[in-house]
Design a protein around this ligand. Structure first.
Ligand SMILES: NC(=O)C1=CN([C@@H]2O[C@H](COP(=O)(O)OP(=O)(O)OC[C@H]3O[C@@H](n4cnc5c(N)ncnc54)[C@H](OP(=O)(O)O)[C@@H]3O)[C@@H](O)[C@H]2O)C=CC1
Ligand SMILES: CC(=O)N[C@@H](CCC(=O)OP(=O)(O)O)C(=O)O
Length: 343
């Protein structure tokens, strides 16, 4: 089976990573690749690492150019994908790397994004309970945000198993700068980022807070409140998320470990590391893997979980391709077997 795929936002970081993965996918033919201000350019000028596609020319992101493919990836700024998706044939598989269709609650959407809610689609994080089944045969998929991917992988097993208190969850995550996209922004200048770290979106203001709460609340079966603080780290790729939550009375460290083992023991891309080995971003950069470790802090009665992902891979493009594979009934790992890059 050969699947024709169009990729929009192909001049950006997320679209570029989708193309990098699709170029190694055994069942995919890459059709239209589209951009906005860079339409008309050769891909090799903008994504010089994509050698096999260097001579392809970017065309405008229009419904006409995206039509006629089996799958359309949207890797556009927030708010740009909903209008395009609404005009694409309902039978085509549309996979949106942006946020437009992630949140189920219109009130939360309007509060954090300030625009009308476009509705929600099946959520492309197959390792969450029940999600793989919802992705099978889907023709619309919302790819999670990168921080929500690592945060939900970190804490969902504890909430699904009923081991954690819902009102005392603290998540602090450090991201590489590619998470902010390619467009020039003063806080991303090398001189601002190199050699130091800084927080942003502090105090509950980051738009990924409701997305993380949505996923954890679904796992818990009750409302979960999250304090989420993102930080910017001097690296191009990678997220290191440290998530902690109060443990319910009577829960033992053995029960905690068993819950995470049960959740991920059969997963290919999510690895609970052997006890004592702690995740580092360099384990996963370039790959679709997530690595986790947990500890019980008896002093504060909290579980501490660390999760690392590559924000552009498992956090965006890898999750998108994995979801495509599931939706189309392909091997889930197809095009995604690249391991981490080290040193
Ligand atoms: N970077 C990351 O780690 C993650 C990104 N995402 C999401 O993926 C999407 C793309 O992000 P990212 O690649 O980082 O961003 P970039 O800024 O790197 O790329 C943005 C892309 O969108 C195109 N574009 C810009 N404005 C418009 C417009 N008005 N209409 C159509 N296309 C437009 C750009 O084209 P041109 O260059 O030609 O102007 C470019 O191809 C966003 O929704 C983001 O939230 C999700 C998870 C993680
Ligand atoms: C470092 C950095 O700036 N990261 C981005 C998140 C990237 C991501 O997951 O994106 P979307 O929800 O936008 O798809 C941010 O905090 O806005």
């Amino acid at each position: 089976m050969t699947i024709s795929v169009a990729v929009s936002g192909a001049s950006g970081y997320a679209g570029g990573e989708v193309l990098r993965l699709l170029a190694g996918h055994p069942s995919v033919t890459i059709g239209a690749i589209t951009a906005h201000s860079n339409a008309g350019s050769r891909l090799g000028e903008l994504q010089p690492h994509l050698h096999a596609l260097a001579d392809r020319v970017l065309v405008d992101t229009t419904v006409e150019n995206l039509a006629g493919h089996d799958v359309v990836f949207l890797a556009l700024p927030h708010g740009a994908s909903a209008a395009i998706a609404a005009q694409l044939d309902p039978s085509v598989l549309v996979i949106d790397a942006g946020a437009d269709h992630r949140l189920e609650d219109p009130v939360a959407w309007e509060k954090f994004y300030g625009s009308p809610h476009a509705g929600s689609w099946p959520y492309g994080l197959p390792e969450l309970p029940g999600h793989r089944d919802r992705l099978k045969g889907a023709n619309r998929i919302a790819v999670p945000g990168c921080y929500p991917t690592s945060s939900l992988l970190a804490l969902t097993p504890g909430f699904s198993a009923g081991l954690l208190e819902p009102d005392d969850v603290v998540i602090v995550a450090a991201s590489g700068t590619s998470g902010a996209g390619k467009a020039a922004k003063p806080h991303l200048l090398g001189s601002e980022v190199m050699g130091g770290m800084s927080p942003y979106g502090v105090g509950g203001g980051h738009r990924h807070t409701p997305e993380i709460e949505q996923g954890l609340s679904a796992a818990a079966g009750e409302s979960v409140a999250v304090s989420f603080t993102p930080t910017l780290a001097p690296m191009a790729r990678g997220i290191l998320t440290t998530a902690t939550a109060k443990v319910r009375p009577g829960v033992t460290p053995e029960q905690l470990r068993a819950a995470w083992q049960e959740a991920y023991g059969r997963e290919h891309f999510v690895r609970l590391l052997p006890e004592g080995q702690w995740p580092a971003t360099k384990m996963v950069v370039g790959s679709n893997y997530a690595a986790l470790q947990l500890a019980y802090d008896a002093h504060t009665n909290r579980v501490i979980v660390t999760c690392v992902i590559d924000n552009l891979n498992k956090g965006t493009a890898g999750g998108a391709v994995q979801s495509m594979n599931i939706a189309l009934g392909l091997e889930e790992t197809a095009g995604l077997m690249t391991q981490g890059v080290a040193p």
